[in-house]
Design a protein around this ligand. Structure first.
Ligand code: ADP
Ligand code: ADP
Ligand code: ZN
Length: 225
């Protein structure tokens, strides 16, 4: 199963992608996470990308497409993948189409998560992750069961992203509506778009996603056009 999670920053793509990855045993590919790893590793590209990310703008197609193309070649993607944050421009979508066509590996589904503006801002400014395993949390909506201890790995160090602040949010949302929202129409016309109400609680959204994915599991695979 190959699928894309599409939605503005804070809409729950990463949260839902992790849940799907766990259920179906397929990897979650986040270009944002790949770029942050490159920045943490201190590579020239990573440090350059970090400046752009911190401003809330999009990193160039060329750079993102290259890191994505390297990642998707790896063997764990052979049985499917979940894309979180890629593609983000029509150019990236065209690149992905070409790549999947060459591999004779069609896209099954694009899930669009819809969330209101105020809720996006609240989710972004309250987001934090476990520094050890990357599990996602939120100050209000998903707090660790034991205060300051990660539910998954029991780690006690957490981190927040430099771009998760109220000032950068507007730039990021503008970038989404300018560059990425046209992909909604692109995939609608390819008849592979399904819309999910992302305003509900995490588990309820996950339930809706599972319902939709039932139609796309191996036995009843419906190839996209
Ligand atoms: P994205 O990957 O789309 O930027 P995330 O999955 O990282 O979004 O979610 C953003 C923040 O909102 C995280 O702190 C996450 O715990 C929280 N969150 C995700 N989904 C929901 C939801 N349905 N309701 C409330 N909070 C949510
Ligand atoms: P969010 O889901 O909260 O927007 P991501 O982790 O997906 O966060 O992305 C963080 C930042 O990384 C983006 O604001 C952008 O600068 C950069 N980025 C990630 N994916 C892409 C992409 N496909 N194209 C261009 N820039 C990207
Ligand atoms: Zn952890």
């Amino acid at each position: 199963m190959n699928l894309i999670l599409l939605g503005p920053p804070g809409s729950g793509k990463g949260t839902q992608a992790s849940a799907i990855a766990k259920t179906y045993g397929i990897p979650e590919l986040s270009t944002g996470a790949m770029l942050r790893e490159a920045a943490d590793a201190g590579s020239e590209m990573g440090l350059w990308a970090k400046q752009i990310m911190d401003r809330g703008e999009l990193v160039s197609d060329e750079v993102v497409v290259n890191i994505f193309a390297e990642r998707i070649k790896q063997s764990d993607c052979a049985n499917g993948f979940i894309l979180d944050g890629f593609p983000r421009t029509l150019e990236q979508a065209a690149f992905l189409d070409k790549l999947l066509k060459e591999q004779d590996n069609p896209l099954d589904l694009v899930l669009e998560l819809k969330v209101d503006f105020n809720q996006l801002v609240e989710r972004i400014v309250g987001r934090f992750t476990c520094a050890t395993c990357g599990e996602g949390y939120h100050d209000r909506f998903k707090i660790p069961k034991v205060s300051c201890v990660c539910d998954v790995c029991q780690g006690m160090a957490f981190k927040r992203r430099a771009d998760d602040n109220a000032e950068t949010v507007r730039t990021r949302l503008m970038a989404y509506y300018r560059e990425t929202a046209p992909l909604i129409g692109y995939y609608f016309c390819k008849e592979c778009l399904r819309v999910v109400d992302g305003m509900e609680e995490i588990d309820l959204v996950a339930g809706h996603v599972q319902e939709i994915l039932k139609d796309y599991t191996q036995d009843s695979k419906t190839p996209a056009h």
